[in-house]
Design a protein around this ligand. Structure first.
Ligand SMILES: O=C(O)CCC(=O)C(=O)O
Length: 305
């Protein structure tokens, strides 16, 4: 009998060990991740959360302020390229450096639902650690894409109140974005160079965020602003103010993408595009928008309010 017992063939045994290792190994930066600042991409996410087939938001390199005002500021979104160089800020936002500087900070997470104001306080380090254990196919609110495929639409288990925090963390409904303590994070924010385009009568205000693959914010609207991706990729969906989207405020963007988006006629589709690291999306006043992080993403918005 081979050493190690005859219950399991050695190849199966090695395969099982490999699967177990893949599931439980902590995220370690490898050479391929250095460009990601250590914000490891979740391999399983690739099939679940994909980029759009056609980007329908214009990309403009070297846009002048006059052109911005004339063609976009009050009328349509645009993706700005090459306007600022935030490589210093980007280096400071690597996983390792953020953890070293801010790991012990308490951060405030919000539920990523349109009309919910649930807040949860957590150590930044704990939040970062659980990002790598989030399931990119989670649909939020305790629902899971895998469960749906297995059990259909009926009888899908949901998180109940007593397990709210645990379920929310596991099912990706909590989001670190906005609610930043500007005193504690000032040493980082002072290195960010915002897009150099202001709007008369508005003051810029930052919101910094880090979020896991498959997470995002469902449709909502507010004043105009810019959103820059520092690491990762973020897919945006946008509708003009007069075109209220079909969506459920308590469903995640991923659930909307699975359930609603495929049934939209071409004319009912939103403008959409995936913003890559280093790009900046501008959204005009009162435009509806929803987001979906295709990777673990680090991002910063400049709201003009
Ligand atoms: O970046 C995100 O995921 C959310 C951004 C957003 O919805 C906003 O800026 O209002």
């Amino acid at each position: 009998m081979p050493r190690g017992g005859g219950l399991m063939a050695p190849r199966v045994h090695s395969l099982l060990l490999l699967v177990l290792w893949t599931l439980t190994a902590p995220a370690r930066p490898g050479p391929e991740e250095e460009g990601d600042g250590g914000w490891r991409r979740h391999r399983a996410a690739l099939a679940a959360v994909a980029e759009e087939e056609h980007c329908t938001v214009e990309r403009r390199a070297d846009l002048s302020y006059a052109e911005f005002i004339q063609h976009y500021a009050f009328s349509r979104p645009v993706i700005l390229q090459g306007l600022t160089d935030n490589s210093r800020f980007r280096a400071l936002c690597s996983r390792k450096r953020l953890l070293a500087s801010f790991g012990d900070n308490v951060i405030r997470l919000s539920t990523a639902n349109t009309y919910s104001y649930q807040k949860v306080d957590l150590l930044f380090q704990e939040y970062v650690e659980q990002l790598h254990h989030q399931d990119p196919t989670s649909l939020g609110n305790g629902e899971h894409l895998g469960w749906r495929q297995w059990v259909g639409e009926v009888g899908v288990p949901r998180c109940q109140d007593p397990c709210f925090l645990l379920c929310s963390l596991l099912t990706d409904t909590l989001y670190f974005f906005g609610d930043n303590n500007f005193t504690e994070w000032a040493s980082l924010f002072q290195h960010y160079i915002p897009p150099p385009f202001g709007l008369l009568g508005t003051t810029p205000a930052y919101s910094f965020g880090i979020a896991g693959t498959g997470s995002g914010v469902p449709f909502h609207w507010h004043g105009p602003g810019f959103s820059e991706v520092i690491y990762g990729r973020k897919r945006w969906f946008l509708y003009p103010p007069e075109k209220t989207p079909e969506f459920h405020p308590n469903k995640t963007t991923l659930a909307w993408l699975q359930d609603t988006y495929p049934g939209l006629t071409p004319s009912a589709r939103p403008l959409e595009c995936t913003i890559q690291a280093g790009e900046v999306l501008y959204f005009p006043d009162r435009w509806w928008h929803a987001t979906l992080n295709l990777d673990t993403s680090v991002f910063i918005s400049t709201f003009l309010s």
